[in-house]
Design a binder for this molecule. Structure first.
Ligand code: ZN
Length: 180
C-alpha cells in the first residue's frame, strides 16, 4: 500500500482523505493536505443476510396430501343446517347438546353457523347424538379419471404420429435397399 500522493509506503492503515474532491488513500504526512475524510462504502453483505432471502415456495402443493379418511367419507354440504334443525327438533339447547357430547357450546355454535367444519369424529358423535346423517360416502370421481384417460390418449396420438413417421422413414429406407 503506497501513498497516492507522495508514493511512500504506508505503514498501518492508510488515511482516507479528500484532496481537491478526490478520494485518496495517503500517508500520515499527506493526510494533512486533505480537506476531509471519506469512508470506504461498507460491504453490503450484512443486509441480504438480515433480510433473509425469502424461502422459495416449496413444491408441497404438488404432493396434495389427502388423508384417506376424507376421500372415503364426506360431510354433507348443509351439515350446519341439519345439526341445528335436529337439535331444535330434540328441543336441545347448545348447552344441553354440549353436555351430552361433552363439547364446548362455542364449538357447537361455530359448527351450526358454518364457521367451523366438524372433523369426522365429531361429525360421527353429532350423528349419534342427533340421530341424523352427516357423513356420506364421497362421490366417485369417475369423470376426472375419464378426462385424464382421454388426455392421455391425445398425447399418445401425438406420439403415435411421430412413431408412424419414423416407421414410414424406416420403410422407405428398407424399401430403398435391395434384398440380397
Ligand atoms: Zn504521502
Amino acid at each position: 500500500m503506497r501513498c497516492e500522493v507522495c508514493g511512500r509506503k504506508i505503514h498501518g492503515k492508510p488515511n482516507r482523505v479528500i484532496i481537491e474532491k478526490a478520494k485518496l488513500e495517503v500517508c500520515n504526512e499527506c493526510s494533512k493536505l486533505g480537506t476531509g475524510f471519506w469512508e470506504e462504502p461498507k460491504p453490503k453483505t450484512m443486509i441480504p443476510t438480515l433480510r433473509a432471502t425469502p424461502t422459495p415456495p416449496r413444491i408441497q402443493a404438488k404432493k396434495a396430501p389427502q388423508p384417506p379418511m376424507d376421500t372415503a367419507l364426506e360431510l354433507v354440504e348443509d351439515f350446519n343446517v341439519k345439526i341445528r334443525q335436529a337439535r331444535e327438533k330434540l328441543e336441545l339447547s347448545h348447552e344441553e347438546l354440549g353436555k351430552r357430547i361433552n363439547k364446548k357450546v362455542s364449538l357447537l355454535r361455530k359448527i351450526e353457523t358454518g364457521k367451523m367444519t366438524p372433523d369426522n369424529r365429531l361429525a360421527t358423535i353429532l350423528e349419534h347424538a342427533l340421530k341424523i346423517k352427516l357423513i356420506a360416502p364421497a362421490k366417485e370421481e369417475k369423470v376426472p379419471q375419464a378426462k385424464m384417460a382421454t388426455a392421455a390418449k391425445r398425447e399418445l396420438t401425438l406420439g403415435d404420429l411421430i412413431q408412424l413417421e419414423k416407421k414410414d422413414k424406416e420403410k422407405e429406407d428398407s424399401a430403398g435397399r435391395k434384398p440380397s
